[in-house]
Design a protein around this ligand. Structure first.
Ligand code: UDX
Length: 421
């Protein structure tokens, strides 16, 4: 089985390299040639734990091309793994999906055997049938009997654990109207032991959104309860441990704190809200999920101000990535917090184990330092990301306002405040 991957970002790179490890031949293509060059040099185009090793192990099975036609002609199926960002109104921006669909259409028209197009990108229900499929057909009109099949196969990969998640999925969703394509895609994953669910294309598209929306709802619920607990002098971590013991409630994803960031949750919830409204439904719970999430970093600043007047003070920021084990800073809570602190005249000294280079691109003028210096130099410390190294610091004599429940800080700091505990 030969697979071409369109888009070599987080999803495409992980999917392609992991498929190579399952034994398939992979051809990567991307409009950004520099990413292909990186792969050709034997380097992973994204930082993801375990991915580099897997790439090195499977190099003979991986090639790249900047030409979509070559990618299609040399493969049995193409995975669409391009980004689906937000428009300004929160709705899904399909520009990359449209571009890649046209490109695929033109290439498939030149092929003499059937081709399967698998959409891995997160797209709002109806996108595949109403946008991707027609565009492929339109571009390939030049040929009478265009032979292609389309499948929705959403990803559920957590950044930082994406390789593990690829090989240990909870389930694989295969959405298509064509039974042969369904069994070919199921066959691709046959060595992965998990339930495989076959659905219509629209259902598969929706499952992905509802999955993320429910997880984000759990977090905002934990934060709302956490805010009440904080006022009441109750540790919300104990509350969620307690309710997690109820067999109807899964204890995971109930960590209160300063809320969710990243490339998926905020944008997917916004897109689902816009889609619901388009269908004439006001999604009140989803709106509240976003609202609670937006307010949560402010709680940290509020607590800080209880202990220090922040103007001209040096505030140490521990953690810039949107979560540990990644250098991804998209919609990181650190961005909101630092904007707020700067607006109030604070000075910033920040540390992150791997996300500082990315952060420098958007905040070139704040100070960056190693962990000991951040702790030494700052008048107060804010913990933004739960990196394990923050557990072993000496917070003795410091004011620490913690957004992520770092136990050691709780023990050592002169003044310690947890956002929801
Ligand atoms: C998420 C989904 O988990 C994944 O299935 C989907 O395919 C893409 O989106 P990811 O964005 O990589 O993955 O991160 P995840 O580990 O889910 O965390 C998202 C955010 O929620 C992070 O900012 C994290 O700090 C926050 N979070 C998570 C909490 O605040 N509390 C929790 O209990 C869990």
């Amino acid at each position: 089985m030969r697979i071409s991957i369109f888009g070599t970002g987080y999803v495409g790179a992980v999917t392609g390299i992991c498929f190579a490890d399952l034994g398939y031949h992979i051809i990567f293509t991307d409009v950004d040639e520099s990413k292909l060059k990186i792969i050709n040099q034997g380097k992973s185009p994204v930082y993801e734990s375990g991915l580099q090793t897997l790439l090195e192990k499977n190099r003979q099975k991986i090639s790249t091309t900047q030409y979509a036609l070559e990618a299609v002609l040399q493969s049995d199926m193409s995975f669409i793994c391009v980004g689906t960002p937000s428009n300004e109104d929160g709705s899904i921006d399909l520009q990359f999906i449209k571009e890649v669909s046209r490109t695929l259409g033109a290439a498939i028209a030149k092929k003499n055997s059937p081709h399967i197009v698998v959409v891995k990108s997160t797209v709002i229900p109806g996108t595949i049938e109403d946008v991707v499929q027609p565009l492929i057909k339109m571009e390939s009109q030049k040929k009478a009997n265009i032979d292609f099949f389309i499948v929705s196969n959403p990803e559920f990969l957590r950044e930082g654990k994406a390789v593990y998640d690829f090989f240990n999925p909870d389930r694989i969703i295969i959405g298509t109207d064509d039974s042969i394509s369904a069994s070919i895609i199921a066959q691709l994953y046959s060595s992965l032991n998990c339930p495989k669910m076959f659905t219509s294309i629209r259902t598969a598209e929706m499952i992905k959104y509802v999955n993320n929306a429910f997880l984000a709802t759990k977090i905002s619920f934990a934060n709302e309860i956490g805010n009440v607990c904080k006022k009441a002098g109750i540790d919300s971590y104990e509350i969620f441990k307690g309710i997690g013991l109820d067999s109807r409630i899964n204890p995971q994803f109930f960590r209160s704190g300063i809320g969710f960031g990243g490339s998926c949750f905020p944008k997917d919830i916004r897109a689902l809200i816009a889609y619901s409204k388009e269908k004439g439904i006001r999604p009140r719970i989803l709106e509240a999920v976003l609202e609670t999430n937006q307010d949560q970093p402010e709680k940290l600043i509020f607590l800080l101000k209880r202990h220090i007047a922040i103007k001209e003070k040096k505030i140490g920021i521990l953690g810039l990535a949107f979560k540990p084990e990644t250098d991804d800073i998209r919609e990181s809570r650190a961005i909101t917090v630092i904007h707020h602190l700067l607006a109030e005249g604070a000075r910033i000294v920040a540390f992150d184990p791997i996300a500082m280079d990315n952060f420098r691109k958007i905040f070139p003028n704040i100070e960056y330092a190693d962990i000991p210096d951040v702790v030494l130099q700052s008048d107060a410390i804010l913990i933004i990301t739960e990196w394990p190294e923050f557990e072993n610091l000496d917070y003795d004599g410091k004011i620490v306002i913690d957004g992520r429940n770092i136990k050691n800080a709780q023990k050592n700091a002169k003044i310690y405040e947890g956002v929801c505990w």
